[in-house]
Design a protein around this ligand. Structure first.
Ligand code: MN
Length: 178
């Protein structure tokens, strides 16, 4: 199997972001974004997805965290798609689509606005071209609710991108190409 690694840089007037990704990593995170709670969540993706992530972001945090969080989602999605390449031999695939049903018990976790989680996932799915359904069943602590979402996301991604020996180099779709 070829290396499933990629690096993507994305530069706008609002944010400058570089994401390095290794889909077959060991769960190592190297991060510097200026948004500590998001970093805690990126750590869940890396650890539970067994993905190595190297993420540097320099965003307009003097306004708020919005652009930085959304654009990290976008750049991570681009790096993910690039590292997956033609998607041959993996277990699951999708098309950009998301449902997100989560009720938080408070609007802020520390300094972090919980609205921004859906912005992050929207950015990711649109650029990674994946289908993602997030339904939080229950929970009474917003920090824990967020953690369960990101842990489950990491696990789901890990399963989806695992190479299935029986698939050979087939595309996991009756369409034959994506
Ligand atoms: Mn925690």
């Amino acid at each position: 199997m070829t290396d499933r690694k990629a690096t993507v840089s994305r530069d706008t007037s609002e944010t400058q972001i570089t994401v390095g990704i290794n889909l077959d990593g060991t769960g190592k995170l190297n991060v510097d974004t200026g948004v500590p709670f998001l970093e805690h969540m990126l750590d869940q993706i890396a650890r539970h997805g067994l993905i190595d992530l190297d993420i540097k972001a320099n965003g307009d945090l003097h306004i708020d965290d919005h652009h930085t969080v959304e654009d990290i989602g976008i750049t991570l999605g681009q790096a993910f798609a690039k590292a997956l390449s033609d998607k041959k031999g993996i277990r699951r695939y999708g098309h950009p689509s998301m449902t997100y049903n989560v009720e938080y018990t408070r609007s802020m976790i520390g300094q972090f606005d919980v609205d921004l989680f859906s912005e992050f996932f929207h950015g990711f799915i649109n650029h990674a071209a994946v289908t993602l359904h997030i339904d939080n069943l229950r929970g009474d602590n917003s920090h824990h609710i967020a953690e369960t979402i990101f842990k489950a996301f990491g696990r789901a991604v890990r399963m989806a991108i695992e190479v299935d020996e029986r698939m050979g180099d087939q595309m996991p779709s009756t369409k034959g190409s994506l």
